[in-house]
Design a protein around this ligand. Structure first.
Ligand SMILES: Nc1ncnc2c1ncn2[C@@H]1O[C@H](COP(=O)(O)OP(=O)(O)OP(=O)(O)O)[C@@H](O)[C@H]1O
Ligand SMILES: [Mg+2]
Length: 381
């Protein structure tokens, strides 16, 4: 098989746009300060965060890093001071108390300190919030009983908070947050007071809401037993979002990296670090990604699509391989400091993950057994 190779001018790289999901929360350049005058202290620094419909986001980070402050700003529970914050498309900056209250009606809050009314039963505590919505009495009753039953509280509908354990009170508070099926749920340590089994029931319920009803759920937690529900893990450090990882995408990239001999012996931590450093490029069909004879400048993994690898000799080009999603190329020229040994061209629209030469060499050298891996690379090809 042979093919004529076009010059490498067809390459247009751009950043991938996530599939269309509704933006539910948009935080842009948000700062926040506590105190006045001399005692004024900044606790949030230039925060940016976008939350989409149907996502479960776990937010974690050291105590005092600003998680609760950011969560209460998103929930319109405190006024925005600097920056922009949009919830359901409404800008929160400059809103008065009445408008903030309207926003809050569409949000379900679950807090560590669950302010239940002591004079009311579990059933009444939950039913109370259904009055914010125009349900018929029978619908309000049905929803209240249904949510408390799903939380395992069906035997305790008529108990008042004093007669309930901490975990049971927390479940009533969760029922209250969920009964109106809000589109956004903000939860601060929702499982902290719960035993393992109840904690699991709660996160499963939250997961169902997110997946079946497109509800967005932000959970602040230190509980690593519930990490499996997260679509994204956001980490706050010293008042800002220090990392924001799309968990499934990151897992996919790590699996791809592990197949490459260079990264085979890397620890999960190091692999996740490499995955985080990868850039995304989209190329149209027929684009030349690598030109034989050029100097190597990047390492590539195919995220989606197919490419052909061609060896050029005078006047013709032979197809030597077709590579699909998960395959990698481009490492040899970087490791051997030799020109590109073949040309790589896209056969359809292709999404690539790339590491620059500098980062690639840097991460590979960080690994304990760089030489050993280099030998494997020579051996494998
Ligand atoms: N009402 C307040 N007045 C003054 N400072 C405050 C107030 N609330 C919080 N802070 C300070 O703001 C910073 C962020 O606090 P925040 O409660 O948001 O942290 P957090 O990440 O939720 O911590 P934790 O994991 O312990 O709940 C901390 O330094 C805290 O001391
Ligand atoms: Mg907190």
């Amino acid at each position: 098989m042979s093919a004529q190779i076009k010059p490498p001018d067809a390459v247009t790289a751009k950043t991938a746009v996530p599939e269309t999901k509704d933006l539910v929360v948009g935080v842009a350049d948000v700062n926040y300060y506590f105190g006045q005058g001399e005692g004024r202290k900044q606790v949030l620094y230039s925060n940016n965060l976008s939350l989409y419909s149907g996502e479960i986001i776990i937010m974690t980070g050291p105590s005092g890093s600003g998680k609760t402050t950011l969560l209460t700003l998103i929930g319109a529970l405190r006024g925005l001071q600097e920056g922009s914050l949009k919830v359901f498309g409404n800008e929160l900056a400059g809103l008065g108390p009445a408008e903030q209250e309207k926003i809050r009606r569409n949000i379900g809050f679950i807090f560590q300190a669950h302010n239940l009314l002591d004079s009311l039963t579990a059933y009444q505590n939950v039913k109370l919030v259904t009055e914010l919505i125009d349900y018929s009495p029978s619908e309000a009753d049905r929803r209240t009983v249904d949510i408390l039953t799903r939380l395992g509280m069906q035997e305790r509908l008529l108990y008042k908070p004093q007669k309930l354990s901490g975990g049971q009170r927390q479940r009533v508070a969760i029922g209250r947050a969920l009964v109106n099926r809000p589109r956004l749920i903000l939860a601060d340590e929702p499982t902290a007071a719960l035993d393992k089994e109840t904690g699991r029931q709660v996160v499963d319920l939250l997961r169902n809401l997110a997946k079946n009803e497109g509800c967005t759920i932000l959970i602040v937690t230190h509980d690593n037993r519930i990490l499996d529900v997260a679509d994204r893990i956001v980490t706050m450090v010293d008042g800002y979002v220090a990392s924001d990882v799309d968990v499934n995408e990151s897992l996919t990239i790590v699996q791809f990296l592990k197949k490459c001999p260079v990264f085979e012996t890397f620890s999960p931590t190091l692999l996740a670090d490499v995955a985080n450093k990868m850039q995304r490029e989209i190329h149209p069909p027929g684009a030349v990604i690598i030109q034989q004879g050029d100097e190597g400048d990047k390492f590539y993994i195919i995220r989606q699509g197919t490419v052909e690898v061609l060896k050029e000799t005078i006047g013709k080009a032979d197809l030597v391989a077709t590579l699909e999603a998960g395959a990698f190329f481009g490492e040899l020229a970087l490791l051997r400091k030799e020109p590109r040994a073949a040309t790589v061209r896209t056969l359809e629209e292709v999404e690539l993950l790339t590491l620059s030469k500098e980062i690639f060499i840097d991460v590979v050298q960080k690994s304990a057994s760089f030489e050993e891996q280099l030998r494997k690379v020579y051996f494998a090809r």
